[in-house]
Write a protein that binds this ligand. Structure first.
Ligand code: GAL
Length: 671
């Protein structure tokens, strides 16, 4: 490829394979593994992710023989390797030497060795040892012909992100000194005059450990930022070693952008540091329509990648083993899930893991090769998927076409989740999910965008949950609307600045001008209480939240008919410059949220799509053509219109301007 650091070296197909942990098996089994990998069409596997204890058996004693043999075997069989740095599980000998590198919880408990990811990211001993094993791997395999991609660590940020030990405390103080320079600045940013929390010496500052009552919110928010930065620094250290020793081979680390799966990392910052963005996604098995969360995670990952293709490094062929009830996937669901990630920009579909383990904590987790062996439904579906992906090589490098953007900011989410908000029912993630689902059900493909990003390419921008907004974000949205954009904002957005300090003047400080209104008083609702919203051609029902909206240029479209804010506008529309800004001041669901969204779409000039509800339609556009991914999640076959004739790539059949989409199927039309 022309851009060597944007794609695994030497991989000339979509990535298909999984985590391969052959160290759990006698070497005779490896031969069978590669034979079956070839049968399934596997193109790349991730190896060595948890192998530190086998590679460095005591400090400085290395045993690379098995990995040499494994990489050679994979290479001889044409399977590319995503090679892990095993720094997510330091060996037992490391903790014997450095028990202080085990992380400490918020309430002072020191975690033990015996699981995984027990790391204090501020520990100099950990940092040195991790860089050391990475250096050894880089030296030995930096130019090995099998190595296509480096996989640093595993899912940074889980299962433990912050460590509250004394070493971390000292590191936090250095980070704060860098951020604020003076204690006066820090005291002002943290609002320490409240509850007498003034600091006169840097040494008095601690991590926000368990306090008798609500802790200082600005301190907690900075702690979350510090934790993200400390972990990111460790990624960068390993990445830089690999760039030096393995030039030309891209470096990734697997994210978990689904908002339910990793909360502690600001992936906007991480996306800028990796060569290739990669992601892991696991369905919430029991959730109805869980493919919507899959789509959301894929869209978020692509957005973190700046729209470039990304890689799905892990999902499951069937049940996981860590949810309360681990439901299997229905026939066909495996392919629909994998291809939905590809539709939304992944240039491959990889799994955890290749062969189901017989021992250890994850022995009941599904795999590409299940305990049942090859005479199994899962294996047959895996082989079929390999063939499907083989026929989709042409989509590689193409880009997803989005209709709208949703603003998302991890830092705002961290801030909103802190204690003592006006209602415990205010839930940023719930609103992000709800608005995303509403867009999904209108068949809109959305990008996610940082609030300060250039939004000018989007006719519609949705803001479901943006409690914290900087001045730059506020100006960005004003400019976006004034230039002709359509904005739709949900309640409790634009309330505080980056220090969790309420913006001066009436709420919502950062959005007053663009929305053309002020909020005189918040009026949260009782548990289960609903309010009626009238006007706008249809009566709507809200719950959780209402407020005293005072229009200052905005036009009321729906008004509260009852509840504490009766008589106040509930949903408003404001014209500013060439654009329009909608405000929704109560929590709306399903069809009611859709009613308002439909109005915003009309303002944005986004036409309705006549498609069945359970059909997902996403377009990727590349130099060689347009690829329309149509996924039918429903149990009945349907026919959908196409914008032109073409060839269906999975079946190889020509298609006209209508496409038959059988139940539970995926079709990809090259137009
Ligand atoms: C992932 C992890 C894998 C495996 C998998 C099981 O989060 O990276 O190592 O544990 O979950 O679902």
């Amino acid at each position: 490829m022309e851009h060597p650091l944007t794609w695994p070296v030497g991989l000339d197909a979509l990535a298909f394979g999984g985590d391969y942990n052959p160290e759990q098996w006698p070497e005779e089994v490896w031969q069978q593994d590669v034979r079956l990998m070839r049968e399934a069409g596997v193109t790349m596997v991730s190896v060595g992710i948890f192998s530190w204890a086998l590679l460095e058996t005591e400090r400085g004693s290395y045993e690379f023989g098995w990995l040499d043999r494994l990489l050679d075997l994979l290479h001889e069989n044409g399977i590319r390797v995503d090679l892990g740095t095993p720094t997510v599980v330091p060996p037992a000998w490391f903790y014997r030497e450095h028990p202080e590198a085990l992380p400490v919880s918020k309430d002072g408990l020191r975690y033990e060795f015996g699981g995984r990811g027990a790391i204090c990211h501020s520990s100099p001993a950990y940092q040195e040892a991790a860089a050391g094993i990475t250096e050894q791997l880089g030296l030995r395999y930096g130019s090995h012909p099998a190595v296509a991609l480096w996989h640093v660590h595993n899912e940074y940020g889980v299962p433990v992100s912050a460590c509250y030990c004394e070493t971390s405390a000292a590191h936090f103080r250095r980070w704060l000194a860098d951020r604020y320079q003076t204690l006066a600045e820090l005291n002002s940013a943290w609002g320490t005059t409240f509850w007498g929390q003034q600091y006169n010496r840097w040494d008095d500052i601690r991590p926000p450990r368990t306090t008798p009552t609500a802790g200082n919110p600005a301190q907690q928010l900075d702690w979350a930022r510090f934790t993200n930065d400390a972990i990111l620094a460790n990624f960068k250290r390993e990445r830089d070693v690999l760039h030096r020793l393995s030039p030309g081979v891209p470096v990734t680390t697997n994210f978990m952008t689904a908002l339910s799966q990793c909360e502690s990392l600001d992936y906007w910052a991480w996306g800028r540091e990796v060569d290739i963005v990669s992601n892991d996604h696991y369905l919430v098995a029991e959730a109805p329509r869980n493919h919507i969360n899959l789509a959301m995670s894929a869209d978020l990952t692509r957005s973190v990648a700046g729209g470039k293709p990304w890689l799905l490094l892990e999902h499951s062929t069937g049940a996981v083993n860590w949810q309360p009830r681990n439901l299997i996937k229905q026939p066909g669901e495996l392919a629909r899930n994998s291809l939905a990630h590809v539709a939304r920009g992944s240039d491959g579909a990889m799994f955890f893991q290749w062969r189901a383990s017989r021992f250890g904590a994850e022995k009941f987790h599904s795999a590409m090769l299940p305990h049942a062996g090859t005479d199994s439904r899962i294996w047959r579906e895996v082989v079929a998927l390999g063939a499907d992906l083989g026929s989709l090589s042409a989509v590689r490098g193409s880009r997803v076409k989005a209709d709208a953007a949703i603003l998302w900011d991890w830092q705002s989410w961290w801030a909103q989740k802190l204690e003592w908000r006006p209602s415990e029912d205010l839930d940023a993630r719930e609103r992000a999910d709800a608005w995303y689902a509403a867009a999904f059900d209108r068949h809109l493909t959305v990008d996610f965008a940082h609030p300060e990003a250039d939004l000018s390419g989007y006719p519609l921008v949705l803001v479901p949950a943006l409690y914290l907004m900087t001045e730059a974000a506020s100006l960005n949205l004003q400019e976006y609307v004034a230039q002709g954009g359509t904005l739709a904002v949900s309640y409790f957005s634009g309330i505080v600045d980056e220090h969790d300090t309420v913006q001066p003047g009436p709420h919502p400080g950062a959005l007053r001008d663009v929305l053309g209104l002020t909020v005189e008083e918040f009026a949260p609702l009782r548990a289960g209480e609903t309010v009626r919203l009238t006007g706008g051609g249809a009566e709507l029902t809200g719950d959780v939240w209402s407020e005293f909206v005072v229009p200052r240029g905005a036009e009321p479209v729906w008004t509260y008919a009852d509840g504490p804010a009766a008589g106040h506008p509930a949903v408003t529309r404001h014209t500013l410059g060439d654009g329009t800004a909608w405000y929704v001041s109560s929590r709306l669901h399903g069809a009611d949220l859709d009613t308002v969204l439909a109005r915003a779409c009309a303002d944005a000039g986004l036409a309705e799509r006549e498609l069945p509800r359970d059909v997902e339609l996403v377009e990727r556009v590349g130099e060689r053509g347009r690829y329309l991914f149509a996924i039918n999640h429903g149990s009945a076959g349907v026919q959908i219109p196409l914008p032109g004739a073409g060839v269906e790539l999975i079946t190889g059949q020509p298609v006209g301007d209508r496409l038959d989409l059988p139940a539970n199927s995926t079709r990809v039309v090259s137009i």
